[in-house]
Write a protein that binds this ligand. Sequence first.
Ligand SMILES: [Zn+2]
Length: 298
Amino acid sequence: MKKIDLHCHTYAPQENSSRCLKEDAERISPEEQIEIFDKLNVEKGVILPLITAKHPDGLAAVENCRYIADKYPDRFSWFCNIDPRAEGFDEKTDLGEYFGRYKELGAKGVGEITTPLYADSPLMDNLFHHCARCDMPALIHIGTTPQENYGIVDEKGLPRIEKMLKKHKNLRIIGHSAAFWCEISENGYPEDRNDYPKGKVSDGRLAFLFREYENLYCDLSAGSGSNAMMRDREYAAKFLTEFADRIYYGTDMTGKSQKFPYVFDDFLTSLLTDKMISDVVYEKIVYKNAAKLLGIQG
Ligand SMILES: [Zn+2]
């Protein structure tokens, strides 16, 4: 079964580009990303721009993601991104003008949203409103404090995200990050929010929010998503089965020597071969849900 990776980051220098990048031997080029995809049986990946202050211009600019997807249309799609703090923007700015234009150019969603603002702040509220209006899913990285400067901010239990899910019923929020996945279990500690907690899971806020709000989705990418599944095999099978229509496979590799996607791939396959999840559930998570989001007929 082919997969779609809903969460990848790759960078290609563009011709005639004035962008200056620090050399980084770990950075994954599109060609290297395609080799990785072939090993993981990934047909296509969605490139997510990263545009906060922590990621200077050019590292993952929207234009660069589009450039790569246009160069390799069979292997990549892309999301657009906007920092709602940009100069001249306020909580009334019609971000739909930007999202609409990006959509015309081929963007399939918005994210990875990492702006260090409270999730229900007026600027974020406006951004979510326009994502919903333009029917663009919003893929979010949740952080724990504004000072962290990476990730939209919410407290333990994700009350602000819940407020946004309730207010913007047509907004598809795709959750991601350690602070998101720590909520899979009720017995977590505050310090787990930036960590990879281990141990058995008992239904936490995530199951509650998924049951309550049909507009909540998630991706299984990064150490955070894979850890949340691998820490408790039985619970993972239950979670993946119950919410199979709203879970996307993803890797979030940021360095070419990272090994966790291969380990997680083996884990997912083992759930299938051990009959802990069905073929139908597996196919939805690794391919069909994302194919629907990207408009791939299949
Ligand atoms: Zn990411």
